[in-house]
Design a protein around this ligand. Structure first.
Ligand code: G3H
Length: 195
């Protein structure tokens, strides 16, 4: 069976500062992950003649994919991170202080909460649908390099997780989640390449 490899971009300079959104480049650790990811993909997919690397249109995913230069790449706008609207570029602490009602509303219902002028998880789940359709049509392996909220949505679809769990699924940095259709349903393996 054909594996799908899911990973977040390497740690970004905004991840280090706790800022959400934006279009940052990678931290030093993130750059190291990009190298490790390329080595991993080379080993894991060594017997594959074709495979494709899907990224978002944000710099941090393209940079993370940079060293994988022997498979074709596709950039999807639909894989861009959840749009935090007016909160883009802020830390959760700053949101809590300057927009306490927004912070509380999100905490109360993270799935349905829509950032002012931005998106909710439900919006994201709908937005990634065309990506899922294409993923299911692929005959060769796909490496998806995207973002936390996006990968929660893709993972939940393939692993059949209830909607209400989607915003809380653990998708750590610097870890590859491999999913495969097995005889008894979907199989999952996680590879933690670094801290
Ligand atoms: O920048 C956005 C985060 O990756 C999404 O995390 O939905 O848990 O706040 P969150």
């Amino acid at each position: 069976p054909r594996p799908i490899l899911l990973t977040r971009h390497g740690e970004s300079q905004d991840n280090v500062k706790g800022r959400i959104g934006g279009d940052p480049v990678l931290s030093e650790a993130g750059e190291k992950y990009a190298l490790k990811l390329a080595e991993f993909v080379k080993r894991r997919l060594k017997n594959e003649t074709t495979a494709s690397i899907w990224t978002s249109t944000l710099r941090r995913t393209g940079i993370t994919a940079r060293h994988i230069d022997w498979f074709s790449k596709v950039e999807w706008k639909a894989l861009d991170e959840i749009n935090a609207g007016v909160c883009d570029g802020m830390t959760y602490e700053e949101i809590k202080e300057s927009m306490p009602e927004e912070y509380a509303a999100r905490k109360a219902d993270k799935l349905r909460y829509r950032y002012p002028r931005g998106e909710s998880y439900l919006d994201v789940i709908q937005r990634v649908e065309p990506v899922i359709v294409e993923l299911e049509r692929q005959r060769s392996p796909v490496v998806v390099i995207a973002h936390q909220a996006i990968l929660r949505s893709l993972y939940a679809y393939f692993m059949d997780k209830p909607l209400k769990e989607v915003p809380h699924i653990q998708v750590p940095l610097h870890t590859i989640i491999e999913i495969k259709m097995g005889m008894t349903g979907m199989q999952e393996k996680r590879y933690k390449l670094m801290e």
